[in-house]
Design a protein around this ligand. Structure first.
Ligand code: HOZ
Length: 438
């Protein structure tokens, strides 16, 4: 695979941006590869400036559930762009998107549009603090809720990939109000509530964790969080930025039948444009300015292009009643086949999957939390990643991320992916066997 042009573009970019990128994981430094610089993408395929074509399982880190450049969305955006790109004033589009979101997420009685998942979670935490008059929050080790200070403590995703789960620059004063607990450990949460429950404003959780690889909630975990937060009057926040419209149309709250007080959505809700939403119980959300005193604002919030892409995406998702069932079946068949290919090559992997999300851990045991995820083999993953890339399969360059299947992935795409995986597992098997024998 030739990446000459990408390598040159990367060198040029490094002069102007830290690591040559605008989001750390894109630098590929964790996998010692040159990141392909992208020229365009369509359907399930993404193309780099060197002319390489890949089957894409990153999907812009989640939003592209319909595949890239979906014709209906492109058409709608073309029309919208001609009417102006930003007004900083109310439009009917915002209410139209809000109605669609509420139809799918009835718990979001009142909501606010923002521009990114980081903004949504940061604002939801502020609202929870303002509403309860309390300071402390509980988050889970390895969950990533964007890069606001309170939430960048024991965080997953790039923060873990680059070895800084608690970032320098977050003051001790801020960090001390964030209590971190192992994911899936309900008794640890109950113990903390028993110690200082009256000081806790909120519990924020990825109800299906996607930023330490994919980790599913144990049966008692989400109901347990609901119960304990209710008991102590704390706000339960579901960060469904990644798993919303992915594990079920109505996200984890629909799938696991646990209703949070506040929900954060992002990625798919903006159809690939910068957009996120936070919202929930009316009596909480009415405290947001100008109805209430909790301040949050944004020039580009409710931007007409983002609203348009979001509206078209949700309309398509709602139109076909079997959409989620089909995409989930496709993803689970892929996950099962990957396990079989690995077994045939004597490579031990775990492939957790829910809905249209899956990930691969080079681990002999089921991964239930951050500690388990961290015990996965980094060397095997690096080899897996680079060999798959050479074979035209575009994966996330870290085990602490999730992979996404779109409606555009065809049977041929899946077959090609499995063929590449079978060859790659064989290479891993031979390499690591030799390493042990040496
Ligand atoms: N850490 C983000 C996904 N979990 C990466 C986003 C990006 O690089 O675009």
């Amino acid at each position: 695979m030739n990446l000459e042009k990408s390598a040159a573009a990367f060198e040029e970019a490094k002069k102007f941006m830290p690591g040559g990128v605008n989001s750390p994981v894109r630098s590929y430094s964790s996998v010692d590869c040159t990141p392909p610089f992208i020229s365009h993408a369509t359907g399930s395929r993404i193309f780099d400036i060197d002319g390489n074509e890949y089957i894409d399982y990153v999907g812009s880190w989640g939003p592209m559930i319909l595949g890239h450049a979906h014709p209906q969305i492109v058409e709608a955006l073309k029309k919208a762009v001609e009417k102006g790109t930003s007004f900083g004033a109310p439009t009917e589009l915002e209410t139209e998107l809000a109605k669609l979101v509420q139809k799918i997420y009835p718990s979001m009685e009142v909501m606010r549009m923002v521009n990114s998942g980081t903004e949504a979670t940061m604002s939801a935490v502020r609202v929870a603090r303002g509403f309860t008059g309390r300071n402390k929050i509980i988050k889970f080790i390895g969950c990533y809720h964007g890069h606001s200070d309170s939430l960048l403590v024991n965080a997953g995703s790039g923060a873990t990939t680059f070895g800084e789960p608690s970032s320098p620059g977050v003051t001790q004063g801020t960090a001390q109000d964030t209590i971190s607990v192992p994911y899936n450990d309900i008794s640890a949460v109950e113990k903390i509530f028993a110690q200082c429950g009256e000081e806790i404003a909120a519990v924020i959780v990825e109800p299906v964790a996607g930023n330490m690889g994919l980790i599913t909630p144990k049966k008692n975990f989400l109901p347990g969080l609901r119960k304990v937060t209710e008991k102590y009057g704390a706000v339960l926040i579901f960060d469904e930025v990644m798993c919303g419209f992915r594990v079920a149309l109505g996200g984890a709250q629909e799938k696991y039948k646990v209703t949070p007080d506040l929900t954060c959505l992002g990625k798919i809700v903006g159809g690939g444009l910068p957009c996120a939403v936070y919202g929930g119980r009316e009596n909480i959300m009415r405290n947001v300015s100008p109805d209430g005193k909790i301040y949050q604002a944004g020039t580009l919030s409710g931007n007409p292009l983002a609203m348009t892409a979001g509206i078209e995406t949700l309309k398509i998702l709602l139109k076909e009643s079997s959409f989620m069932e089909k995409i989930s079946k496709k993803t689970s068949a892929l996950a099962d086949s990957l396990k079989i290919k690995a077994q045939l090559a004597n490579v031990e992997i775990q492939v957790p999957q829910v809905g249209a999300m899956f990930s691969i851990f080079f681990n002999t045991k089921r991964v239930k939390n951050y500690e388990d995820a961290k015990s996965s083999s980094d060397d095997q993953f690096k080899m897996w990643f680079s060999e798959m890339l050479k074979r035209g399969i575009y994966l996330a360059p870290s085990q602490f991320e999730t992979l996404f299947v779109s409606a555009a992935h065809s049977a041929e795409d899946i077959a090609k992916t499995l063929e590449a995986a079978a060859e790659t597992f064989q290479i891993i098997s031979t390499h690591f066997k030799n390493e042990i024998e040496e």
